[in-house]
Design a protein around this ligand. Structure first.
Ligand code: DGY
Length: 319
């Protein structure tokens, strides 16, 4: 009997084709809307494999009810939506999609940094609103990027790719990480420092650390107070690492100069979200890895991880 697989979001036919030969596939038919929780619960309970998105929360209770689930292939590098220790306890393999999204996410991170410091969105809005009446010496004057200090919190694959981009801007690179990254130090001249020192010295603090019990709310009131008033905060990892109220306060009080955000604590956010009220914020709707090429690669990698496990082989990218 073929195994049963469930895919929690509509994916292109090209991605599904190789799965069809080896499994019975069911897919939530909507691309824009997440699968309802009750259906997800039922599928975790009854399927052999699930291909999930970062919007699907798979908790301990759900996993305890799983009768024959062998693999959860998350189409994301982050996996904070899945209770990993509960999965491990049940011998369920969890996979993610590292590497294939590194450069796209680094591009977007650097784009946010540039957009917020050079006020690109504000300037574009001024133009579109018909308010560009004159050129003037300090109109929309922002802050330079080249030659400044970038502080990267979380020097993993994406951190290193951001650091590589920073070298093209002659930036000094500081980083903070759980452990030293010799490769970044040797090849990119990145200097390791404590979290506090990084906050105090950086002109751009870039958050790329995964969300864990240890990193939850690590960017809090105390952290923002340590940053320079001229510095910018960029976050393209997970919203849960930031105390958003403290960030809003830091922006309002002028404790930091601005923020470039792609991720939020409770996604999706609506237009009434307090951080969207600040002109010092450039905000994007979690599109770090959203290029067509990269999303295809992520979907294909998630699929191939399922195929491997179903065929009794080791997955390509286990968590
Ligand atoms: C990930 O893969 O974790 C990213 O946040 C998706 O863009």
């Amino acid at each position: 009997m073929k195994p049963n697989l469930f895919i929690t979001r509509k994916l292109p036919e090209k991605v599904l084709q190789p799965l069809k030969d080896i499994a019975v596939i069911e897919m939530w038919p909507k691309e824009e809307e997440p699968v309802p929780n009750e259906l997800l619960e039922e599928k975790v309970k009854t399927c052999d494999g699930i291909l999930t998105m970062l919007t699907d929360t798979i908790d301990e209770k759900m996993l305890n009810d799983a009768s024959k689930l062998k693999v959860i292939a998350n189409m994301a590098v982050g996996y904070d939506n899945i209770d990993i220790s509960a999965a491990k306890h049940k011998n369920i393999i969890v996979t993610n999609t590292p590497d294939v999204l590194t450069n796209s996410t680094a591009d977007l991170t650097f784009g946010l940094l540039m957009a917020v410091s050079r006020r690109m969105l504000e300037a574009s809005d001024m133009l579109r609103e018909g308010k560009w009446n004159n050129w003037s010496p300090f109109q929309m004057a922002g802050t330079d990027i080249y030659g400044k200090t970038i502080g990267i919190v979380g020097m993993g694959r994406i951190g290193k790719a951001v650091a590589k981009r920073a070298t093209g801007f002659d930036m000094k690179i500081l980083y903070h990480n759980r452990s030293r990254n010799q490769d970044a130090e040797n090849k990119l001249d990145a200097s390791y420092c404590s979290f506090d020192e990084l906050l105090e010295r950086s002109d751009f603090v870039v958050c790329l650390t995964p969300l864990t019990e240890q990193t939850k709310d690590m960017f809090n009131k105390t952290a923002f107070k340590k940053m320079k008033p001229s510095a910018f905060f960029i976050n393209t990892s997970r919203g849960g690492v930031v105390d958003e109220r403290a960030l809003k306060e830091a922006l309002d009080q002028g404790e930091i100069a601005g923020a470039g955000l792609d991720v939020y604590k409770n996604e999706p956010i609506g237009k009434e979200h307090p951080l969207l009220r600040s002109s010092r914020v450039v905000a994007l709707p979690h599109i770090g890895s959203a290029s067509y090429e990269t999303r295809m690669k992520m979907a294909e990698l998630a699929r191939d991880n399922i195929i491997k496990v179903i065929n009794g082989q080791s997955p390509i990218t286990p968590v």
